[in-house]
Design a binder for this molecule. Structure first.
Ligand code: SRM
Ligand code: SF4
Length: 596
């Protein structure tokens, strides 16, 4: 589908309605037209087909094995026991597993067309929604996972919810199509207090939706909050990263970072990952309005002719951070902004295992390999264990940004019961794992992802077995080293700020990026253009051996790399801008130089 046509589809969709109601009412087909799939994303679902079966079915002249992935949103990853059990029941009617996502959401794969309406209805009846989980709008807002009961964590969680509410799209298409027009809860779209002067400056010129107007955003938009020094929400990878500034134990305001994002295409320098950079600092009362100002600058200045260059990161690069900041400030009348505060992060890791919440209760962060909640043949019975905990103990869960699951609010006298259920179902404590294994993550990729070029989720655990053996042999099993993998360069597994990022380019072929950081604040460089899966553990070994031999006392891998190595190939800003201009000129059908 051409890039411009997504814009046309949104414009002509009557508030993202299109023909979705008719498509899903039609019981004679197993799938929907591609134009409808574009709109469906805004409702929180993607049409997919089983890639394992694709070639066979095509050979037999049969249609693809169509189904839908449905993504539920939960700000800060918070899910009640009841909501968990609902997803558990729903996945039985789909692919039989729950996929925790690295934006703290839940995905169900393999949902058949005929089951979609009932499924989406029940997610909404449970108090969650799929609305805006995908599409050219603000997605699930990430926040600190640990349920620490202090004022700062409470405020960050409240902020994820305020942001989530502010940026829900407003058309009634969602409730008309999926909920028979019913609004399940009168507060379903609570309009958080908006500063009228700011809204006057930020509201869309056209359409009923005050923020999104008729054509929504040029591209997806992601927001995450982290409380320093724990960067679990990976704030530098977000379109907007937010970090609270704490004075006397209370949040005074938030530093706003802008323009992070990881999607790229192999070999195209006009597409590249960027880390978010400091924009400004605002007092707490003005944070959501300030984020609205950023979102609307992107709405009005983002690239709407080339979806590959349409994310906020490119808008910031193209405008320049100073001009971008001035534009944001011009949309905040009467609100004073200050320079961003200095930030210092230690790690993106989850704090696995048992911890005090600070209110007399405990939480347990359970490692879930690759976020796939299933009953693994001969391995951990994650699905059964979590369902039993939810059923018998009625405890809430939190999906972490590293796709682990926190069992929260555990009274001290229930700790043994939780441990017993986990042990009964073989869900092991992470204590025996290498520190690298605890945080390693792979994106979904095959067989469901339509964009994957290679395996990811299904192969990283095997690669990590070999890497673990090396780590143990070298005595590095407790070192914080971040391994991430994706099945294509879109970067869903956030590989580009990892110590090691393996990025699929063809079946069993990966580009290897090295030199990011466990703190999430540095981009890796392209070290090897293409290696086979079998070569990966050996390539990694070379670096681990050098690290062991050359490190200074206490030095972590990321700091050793920065001290002793040059980053591999990374496009310079000049290369980026030249290729960007070339792309734009090509799209406009002009020769470079004529573009002006
Ligand atoms: Fe992603 C597209 C899965 C986090 C960048 N992502 C996709 C799709 C929907 C494929 C598609 O468009 O057909 C994948 C569905 C696969 C499947 O079968 O489930 C998919 N992305 C995921 C998840 C499930 C990976 C995971 O391991 O958890 C994550 C869902 C998060 C959520 O709950 O919303 C997920 N995706 C990310 C992240 C990380 C993040 O957001 O923190 C990124 C990199 C950050 C960023 O956005 O820049 C990411 N996904 C992409 C891109 C590239 C965007 C770009 O700017 O170029 C695509 C493709 C696209 O948008 O064209 C994509
Ligand atoms: Fe699919 Fe690529 Fe995202 Fe992996 S990185 S889930 S292969 S789009």
């Amino acid at each position: 589908m051409s890039k411009a046509s997504v814009e046309d589809l949104k414009l002509a969709s009557h508030g993202l309605r299109g023909e979705l109601a008719e498509n899903f009412a039609d019981t004679t087909t197993t799938h929907i037209p591609e134009e409808s799939n574009v709109l469906l994303k805004h409702h929180g679902s993607y049409q997919q087909d089983d890639r394992d079966l694709r070639a066979k079915l095509s050979k037999e002249g049969k249609e693809k094995a169509w189904s839908f992935m449905v993504r539920s949103k939960m700000p800060g990853g918070r899910v009640t026991a009841k909501q968990w059990l609902l997803h558990d029941a729903l996945c039985s009617k789909a692919m039989g597993s729950i996929r925790l996502t690295n934006r703290q959401g839940i995905q169900l794969h393999g949902v058949l067309k005929g089951n979609m309406k009932e499924l989406i209805q029940s997610v909404n009846r449970s108090g969650l929604t799929t609305m805006g989980a995908c599409g050219d709008v603000v997605r699930n807002t990430m926040g600190p996972a640990a349920p620490i009961k202090d004022a700062v964590h409470a405020d960050s969680q409240t902020l994820t919810e305020e942001i989530s509410q502010r940026f829900l799209w407003r058309s009634t298409a969602y409730s008309d199509i999926w909920l028979d027009g019913e609004k399940l809860d009168p507060d379903w779209i609570k309009d958080p207090e908006v500063n009228p002067a700011v809204r006057e400056k930020t509201k869309a010129a056209e359409g009923d939706d005050p923020i999104y107007g008729k054509v929504y955003l040029p591209r997806k938009f992601k927001i995450g909050i982290a409380i320093a020094p724990i960067n679990d929400a990976d704030v530098y990878s977000q379109d907007v990263g937010l970090v609270p500034h704490v004075v006397n134990g209370a949040v005074e305001g938030y530093t706003i970072l802008v323009g992070g994002g990881f999607g790229m295409s192999h070999g195209q320098l006009a597409t590249r990952p960027y880390l978010a950079q400091p924009l400004l600092y605002v007092k707490r009362a003005n944070v959501v309005d300030a984020v609205e100002a950023v979102v609307t600058v992107q709405r009005d200045h983002g690239n709407r002719t080339d979806r590959k260059n349409a994310r906020l990161k490119y808008t910031v690069q193209t405008m320049g951070i100073e001009a971008f900041r001035a534009e944001v400030q011009s949309r905040l009348p009467g609100i004073s902004t200050e320079p961003a505060k200095e930030l210092k992060f230690d790690t993106v890791e989850d704090n696995l295992g048992w911890h005090d919440q600070g209110d007399g209760k405990l939480y347990c962060c359970v490692h879930v390999s690759m976020g796939r909640v299933t009953d693994v043949a001969g391995g951990p019975q994650y699905r059964t264990a979590f369902a039993e905990i939810a059923t018998t103990l009625d405890l809430p869960f939190i999906v972490t940004p590293n796709t682990n699951l926190i069992i929260a609010d555990v009274p001290a006298d229930k700790k043994d019961a939780v441990n017993a259920i986990l042990a009964k179902h073989g869900v092991v404590h992470a204590d025996g794992m290498t520190r690298a294994r605890k945080v390693a993550h792979a994106c979904v990729a095959l067989p469901t992802c339509g964009l994957s070029l290679s395996e990811s989720e299904r192969v990283l655990p095997g690669f990590m077995d070999k890497i673990d053996a090396t780590l143990r042999e070298l005595g590095l099993e407790n070192e914080p080293i971040l391994f991430r993998m994706t099945g294509c360069p879109n970067g869903c597994g956030r590989p580009y700020n990892a110590d090691f990022g393996f990025v699929g380019r063809a079946p069993n072929k990966y580009a290897v990026f090295i030199g990011g950081s466990i703190r999430g604040n540095r981009l890796a460089g392209l070290e090897f253009k293409s290696v086979t899966g079998e070569e990966i553990p050996n390539k990694v070994r070379e670096f681990l051996v050098a690290f062991k031999n050359e490190r200074q006392p206490g030095e972590i891998f990321a700091d050793w790399f920065a001290r002793t190595r040059q980053l591999g190939e990374a496009p310079t800003p000049e290369q980026f801008h030249v290729e960007l201009a070339e792309r734009a000129a090509k799209l406009a059908g002009q020769k470079v130089g004529e573009a002006g």
